[in-house]
Write a protein that binds this ligand. Structure first.
Ligand SMILES: NC(=O)c1ccc[n+]([C@@H]2O[C@H](COP(=O)([O-])OP(=O)(O)OC[C@H]3O[C@@H](n4cnc5c(N)ncnc54)[C@H](OP(=O)(O)O)[C@@H]3O)[C@@H](O)[C@H]2O)c1
Length: 351
């Protein structure tokens, strides 16, 4: 079967290799899933270039460790060689044992795992607790993006920040799939959204889609533009760009406001003069879905997944697709996924 592998971390996605590997056999508690579709997300590139591993290696609990772990006392973070792909949808063909795994055989499931058992391969192994049957009416294209963005958007808005009706939230890289979900939640929950994008064309696209406040950094200064919209500043910032954009976004907060860092698309650090958060008593915090879910009970996770499924089906947490590629055309798909100005996700089709 075909599988997308890396042997070593690399900034060059053409180092990802599509290779023929044996069909894996599930162990106890695992299922073997014949994959149907998987998206290419920014997080997949973090597994290719080593961003995640380097981030964990900097943490105190990994000082002097030969292999970084995602948290104190946890198993080591996977290192290449490994199969890529964080999420997707497929059909369970075999169970390795255990009640839950056996019950899933024959079911179409949305899965979230990541390397070493990635979803960019024709068949993958997954812990049965990470495979969720998807409703019949949900297409493969919808179901393959079930977890990473929809869950994050829902958790950020309704659980972490609990954005109240009437609040103002500013988001960077607002043309992303997740940005669209936050806008939809804003309409649903009655908070205002200021969308920040890098290009003029990106801003036009959002305006045509009905965005109320859009700022193109190519055309305007961020602070001046936000000041025109809301002179006292915004209540919340969701930033996934960092660098200059994230540093300036921090200064758009109103006193007592909160900023969540949940991505590093620019690859640059945020500059944080302490007085910029001291004087207005604002807060800056981080969010990583995997760590958030690990801190929740099984019941809480299931509740979140059920709510997510409903919101995907109603379109609020839906994902636009720009193009699906056959897995044989993996390199074209990866190149396309990194192109600026996309209007939707790039998918890998393994049907
Ligand atoms: N922390 C977590 O647990 C978590 C979970 C889910 C997602 N995320 C993060 O959420 C972000 C959005 O993910 P997604 O899947 O929704 O993205 P996506 O749909 O693939 O879209 C990527 C967006 O990022 C913009 N972008 C790329 N590089 C940029 C740069 N250097 N400066 C400014 N904008 C840039 C693109 O803008 P253009 O239109 O201008 O090309 C595009 O709108 C990513 O950073 C991802 O890692 C984090």
């Amino acid at each position: 079967m075909k599988a997308a592998y890396i042997d070593l971390f690399s900034d060059d996605a053409s180092s990802v290799e599509l290779r023929d590997v044996p069909v894996p056999a599930p162990g106890p508690g695992q299922v073997r899933v014949r994959m149907r579709m998987a998206p290419v997300n920014p997080s997949d590139f973090n597994y290719i270039d080593g961003t995640y591993e380097r981030a964990f290696a900097r943490m105190i609990w990994n000082l002097g460790a030969s292999r970084p772990t995602p948290g104190p006392g946890q198993d080591g973070f996977p290192t290449p060689p490994y199969a890529l792909g964080v999420e997707g949808v497929g059909v369970v063909e075999e169970a390795g044992g255990g009640f839950l795994a056996k019950r899933l055989v024959g079911k179409r499931v949305a899965v979230v795992s990541g390397p070493p058992h990635g979803t960019w391969q024709e068949q993958t192994l997954i812990d049965a607790r990470r495979a969720f049957p998807v409703p019949r009416g949900m297409s493969d294209a919808e179901a393959c993006s079930f977890f990473v963005n929809p869950l994050t958007a829902l958790v950020l808005v309704r659980h972490l920040l609990e954005v109240p009706r009437g609040a103002v939230l500013l988001q960077t890289a607002a043309g992303s799939a997740l940005g669209q979900m936050v806008r939809n939640l804003g309409r649903q929950d009655g908070f205002r959204v200021i969308d920040v994008v890098r290009s003029h064309a990106g801003a036009e696209r959002l305006r045509q889609g009905g965005s109320e406040h859009v700022i193109a950094l190519q055309d305007e200064d961020l602070l001046e533009a936000v000041h025109r919209i809301t002179p006292s500043g915004v209540d919340f910032v969701l930033d996934c760009v960092a660098g200059k954009t994230g540093s300036e976004a921090l200064r758009t907060l109103t006193p007592g406001g909160r900023m969540v860092c949940y991505g590093t698309l620019s690859g640059e650090p945020i500059s944080l003069p302490p007085r910029d958060i001291m004087m207005p008593m604002t807060r800056i915090e981080g969010f990583y879905l995997s760590a958030y879910l690990n801190q929740r009970s099984l019941l809480q996770r299931l509740g979140l997944i059920r709510r997510t499924a409903k919101l995907i089906q109603s379109g609020i947490l839906g994902t636009a697709v720009e193009k699906a590629y056959r897995i044989e055309d993996l390199h074209q798909a990866l190149e396309h996924a990194r192109r600026p100005g996309r209007t939707g996700k790039i998918l890998l089709d393994m049907t």
